[in-house]
Design a protein around this ligand. Structure first.
Ligand SMILES: NC(=O)c1ccc[n+]([C@@H]2O[C@H](COP(=O)([O-])OP(=O)(O)OC[C@H]3O[C@@H](n4cnc5c(N)ncnc54)[C@H](O)[C@@H]3O)[C@@H](O)[C@H]2O)c1
Length: 327
């Protein structure tokens, strides 16, 4: 297939690019390598992808409509996989307008380009954050999501709505994948597992929000990529699908697990719960199993070990060094 992959230099995007290229797809990566976290990390991801494949890389912004027009005119894409976004709940509270611009306007511009160039399908990275503090656990795709508790969540929910617009008006197939806290090699340095591992290993204080009882459904990158590739391969009309592990771990349990794997105690810097953070996430993955044949297979304990191995691998030293300072 011929695929446009936005955000392909990032954590999830770089893994997806590798998987698609390995099976022979043609992939054009569009990424602006912005400084949300150290761009050298993204350059390192790209180097690993480009060294072993014939992927094309375009450094550019999804908000640049003329650039999108050129890229779409040059290749006839079978699918657009749209992962580029400003990610993260807490920074979205600091700069909601930036999140709105990149996530909402960026998605709309891509949908417009898809419409104009008669592209038939888009796979979109949505998020478990859209559920906010929904009471029914595990979260099902048909739960009400009109009570987002952060700007980031609101932007992702809005993108799903735009996806439905373009499906209804122009027949573009749109699959929104709601990712549940993804982790593993190359994880974004601002995310808990990466940050905690880095700080515990360095003997530095670990910011610990709330009493440690908040729960997350942590999903290993290989499981997410298997689900995403299955979505790339299917024309499902309009669908919203959870991709999670469907297990939950408390913050306190997570720290204990990383301590065990590193053989080192954390120095906790206890802080109040952060506004915008949800209390719990847990995915109902029945729909993913049914529509995508999705079957997550990596328990957290094993996935954390893989992440720690990645940090210790000399080939990743430059990326690790780039994020030694907290973001
Ligand atoms: N990591 C998770 O746990 C998680 C959970 C839910 C949803 N998501 C979503 O999955 C997607 C990928 O997340 P990630 O963790 O890999 O994040 P990431 O920040 O590592 O990757 C996003 C990539 O998009 C690029 N990008 C951002 N704005 C851009 C723009 N205007 N133009 C071009 N490129 C731009 C960035 O440079 C980056 O390389 C995002 O949409 C995110 O919201 C991630």
């Amino acid at each position: 297939m011929n695929i446009l992959l936005t955000g392909g230099a990032g954590f999830i995007g770089s893994h997806l690019a590798e998987r698609l290229l390995a099976r022979g797809d043609r992939v054009v990566i569009l990424d602006d390598l912005n400084d949300f976290y150290d761009p050298r990390v993204k350059e390192n991801n790209l180097r690993q992808i480009l060294a072993s494949s014939g992927a094309a890389f375009v450094r550019g912004d999804i908000l640049d409509a003329p650039l999108l027009d050129r890229i779409f005119a040059e290749s006839r894409f079978d699918v657009v996989v749209h992962l580029a976004a400003r990610a993260g709940v807490r920074p979205s509270i600091q700069d909601p307008l930036l999140y709105d611009r990149v996530n909402c306007c960026g998605t709309l511009l891509l949908l417009e380009a898809a419409r104009k160039h008669a592209i038939k399908r888009m796979v979109f990275a949505s998020s478990s954050s859209v559920y906010g503090n929904v009471k029914e656990i595990p979260f099902r795709e048909d739960a009400r999501i009109d009570r987002p508790i952060s700007p980031y969540a609101a932007t992702k929910a809005a993108c799903e709505l735009y996806g439905h617009n373009y499906h209804h008006l122009y027949g573009i197939s749109f699959t929104a994948l709601r990712f549940f806290t993804v982790y593993g090699p190359r994880q974004r340095p601002d995310m808990a597992i990466h940050k905690f591992t880095r700080l515990i290993a360095a003997g530095e204080p670990v910011p610990f929000f709330g009493d440690g009882s908040t729960r997350r459904d942590y999903t290993y990158i290989d499981d997410i990529i298997a689900g995403a590739v299955a979505a790339v391969d299917r024309d499902l009309g309009f669908e919203i699908i959870n991709l999670g592990e469907s297990a939950t771990t408390t913050l306190a349990e997570l720290v204990a697990l990383i301590e065990k794997r590193l053989g080192k105690k954390a120095r906790l810097d206890r802080r109040p719960m952060q506004p915008g953070d949800v209390l719990m996430t847990r995915a109902d993955i029945a729909k993913a199993r049914r529509l995508l044949g999705y079957c997550p297979a990596t328990p957290l304990e094993h996935g954390i070990l893989e992440f720690i191995r990645w940090r210790q691998d000399a080939r990743n030293a430059a990326a690790i060094a780039a994020v030694q300072k907290p973001h």
